[in-house]
Ligand binder design. Structure first.
Ligand code: NAD
Length: 297
């Protein structure tokens, strides 16, 4: 990492789960001091093992950090954690909040406004590439924010992947949600197509080999089916409920600009039924298993 930004020495990471854990490890390897908090004691212990410093609360972790990174499930949790940080006076003027979870664009814009009044910068920088991308440090990072704030967090972003500054605050979140709408749609339709092929006596492997050499190729045909669905491991590390959240953000964004998505609304309905019927922590690749079981509703 080329960390020439001398203002950036200490980072706090709130949310050390499937994505936040590997991010924190990359920043430690880059020579930064990493403070962290997660509700899970296991996640906190893993940060300590990796050489970071875990704290018993988000506020204690955030104190003294130049950048406070959030890698939390959704905007509701982001709002609760930021309210705590504000209540404790844990984020000082001149520092920056970097939300790397997949949040709601309107919520990020609202937070950015509130924190700018306190002299704190705000950048949304959700990622794509999954747990494997987080571990390898080759995520695609979709960045929204003003140029100065984005420049301050750039060393963190380029240490974990390739940043794309797509617009003002909320723009990163919007592109991320649209990306996952596309991803949710093609995983669903790929799964239906493979199941139809199997019913016709064609093996899933044979169908996928053809799709991957043809115009149906996607991350679902190239990665998700071969790596997580066919072997029956369903362990991509991205939960079905998080995918549903992202699809809902995307369809709401589409409606907000007066361009409702007909296909997107159907994709949302199917993912909502799947998420209701799958166990609480189910991986999103289990949509294929759910499609293959007789309807229960
Ligand atoms: P995760 O559930 O593995 O991690 C979230 C962590 O936040 C958990 O460890 C949880 O204990 C912690 N947490 C929840 N509430 C908290 C609170 N109040 N204070 C402190 N910690 C709290 O989820 P993840 O897969 O790491 O996803 C994080 C974000 O990244 C989500 O917005 C998700 O949509 C997005 N994302 C995930 C992936 C993926 O492949 N897993 C890929 C791209 C984007």
């Amino acid at each position: 990492v080329n960390n020439t930004n001398s203002e950036l020495r200490t980072v706090a990471v709130i949310g050390l789960g499937n994505m936040g854990g590997p991010l924190a490890r990359h920043w430690l390897e880059a020579g930064l001091a990493v403070r962290g908090f997660d509700l899970s004691p296991i996640a906190r212990a893993e940060l300590q093992t990796a050489g970071g410093q875990a704290f018993p609360s988000a506020a204690e972790a955030a104190t003294t950090a130049d950048v406070v990174v959030l890698m939390l499930p959704d905007s509701r949790v982001v709002d609760a954690v930021l309210a705590d940080l504000h209540g404790a006076g844990a984020v000082s003027a001149g520092s920056t909040i970097l939300d790397m979870g997949s949040s709601e664009p309107a919520e990020s814009r609202r937070q950015a406004q509130v924190w700018s009044e306190r002299g704190v910068g705000y950048v949304d920088a959700p990622v794509s590439g999954g747990v494997r991308g987080a571990e390898a440090g080759n995520l695609t990072v979709m960045v929204g924010g003003d140029t100065d704030a984005v420049r301050r967090v750039e060393p963190l972003l380029s240490a974990v992947g390739t940043p794309h500054h797509v617009g003002p605050v909320g723009a990163g979140d919007a592109v991320k949600a649209l990306n996952n709408l596309l991803s949710a749609a093609h995983l669903l339709l790929t799964s239906e197509a493979v199941l139809v092929a199997q019913d016709l006596g064609i093996s899933a492997e044979a169908a996928l080999e053809v799709f991957n050499g043809s115009s149906a190729r996607s991350g679902s045909t190239e990665v998700k089916w071969p790596k997580f669905i066919l072997p029956g491991t369903f362990d991509s590390g991205f939960a079905a409920r998080l995918m549903l959240k992202d699809v809902r953000i995307a369809t709401a964004v589409a409606r907000s600009v007066g361009r409702p998505s007909l296909v997107g609304d159907t994709v949302e309905q199917v993912w909502a039924r799947a998420a209701e019927n799958l166990p609480a922590g189910a991986d999103h690749t289990e949509i294929a298993r759910w499609l293959n079981t007789p309807a229960t509703d």
